[in-house]
Design a protein around this ligand. Structure first.
Ligand code: GDP
Ligand code: ZN
Length: 289
């Protein structure tokens, strides 16, 4: 769950948190442990809840900011209004998540602030791309059960710009109980967390939550190459193999099936335009190396 002044707080299956130290040989190997790591422990003292970490299992994924292992999913929160959804940021976060082998769930919050049709349009367009989408309101409680049902058994990080309602959602999901952490129960208070150090908190409904919002650094992945960017677009998938050139970047190339699909309205124009913005960024970054 977290590391703190030389101790590691490990949540065991029976919901108990153990204060663990490292075996000498792990310490000597310079082995580091992150929140989210799955470890094998030996109990030292059942009464005081002390144990030692024997081994760490291979990591499935690792995020950088926040520094957490084995995150299963990122809930990308956007408000439908106030502030208006930042679709460029949304698309960027979708790419970031995918590049870290983390699944995305898109949560459109503040549904109470818009008309019903408007509350459906944007979510539907992303649902069509194959992303799980939840429409919520932390004011009316709408959609919260749906969001809650996605959390048990998983490590989740919430992400998105400030003011969209992340804290409100988390508090609503938690049914008024504060989230459980290492040795003290901490209320969500993100303002304090200015470092990369994260910890995991246990949801009352099951599942673990990363206590800092994800992807504070919003550049595209550093090693992303121009011809790979299109692979992050599920909406391009069924067209791009029809492009005349294998190396097509879907800009002005003759015979580009992606561009043609966009012109015919099969690919959302906004998505396509944002792709062009990202492509320019990736190409500029390539030139810098
Ligand atoms: P965060 O910065 O993403 O954690 O956002 P907060 O949870 O602090 O919420 C920002 C503001 O939006 C607060 O004034 C909340 O009361 C308000 N807010 C949060 N969720 C909703 C919602 O679903 N509907 C409406 N109308 N306001 C909301
Ligand atoms: Zn093309």
């Amino acid at each position: 769950m977290k590391g703190y002044s030389g101790f590691y707080y490990v949540l065991a299956e029976e919901e108990r948190i153990w204060e663990c130290s490292l075996r000498g040989r792990n310490r000597r190997k310079g082995q580091t442990f992150l929140p989210g790591d799955r470890v094998v422990c030996t109990i030292v003292n059942e009464t005081t809840g002390k144990a030692v970490i024997e081994d760490v299992l291979p990591r499935r994924s690792q995020l950088d900011r926040p520094l957490v292992a084995n995150v299963d999913q990122v809930v990308i929160v956007m408000a439908l209004a106030n502030p208006a959804p930042d679709l460029q940021l949304l698309d960027r976060l979708l790419i970031m998540a995918e590049s870290h082998q983390v699944n995305s769930v898109i949560c459109f919050n503040k549904a109470d602030l818009v008309e019903v049709e408007e509350a459906e349009q944007l979510p539907k367009s992303y649902l069509k791309l194959g992303f799980p989408v939840v429409v919520t309101s932390s004011v009316t409680g709408g959609g919260l059960d749906c969001l809650k049902s996605l959390l048990p058994g998983k490590i989740t990080v919430f992400s998105g710009p400030s003011g969209v309602g992340k804290s409100s959602l988390l508090n609503a999901l938690q049914d008024g109980q504060s989230l459980r952490t290492g040795e003290v129960s901490a209320k969500l208070n993100r303002g304090r967390h200015t470092t990369r150090h994260a910890q995991l908190l246990a949801f009352s409904a099951g599942g673990l939550l990363v206590d800092t919002p994800g992807f504070s650094r919003l550049n595209l992945p550093e090693d992303l190459r121009r011809e790979e960017l299109g692979d992050y677009y599920p909406d391009f998938k069924q067209y791009k193999h029809l492009c005349r050139f294998h190396s097509c970047l879907h800009r002005e190339e003759p015979g580009c099936a992606v561009r043609e699909a966009m012109e015919k309205g099969f690919i959302d124009e906004g998505r396509y335009q944002r792709y062009l913005v990202f492509l320019a960024e990736v190409m500029a970054a390539e030139r810098r190396y």
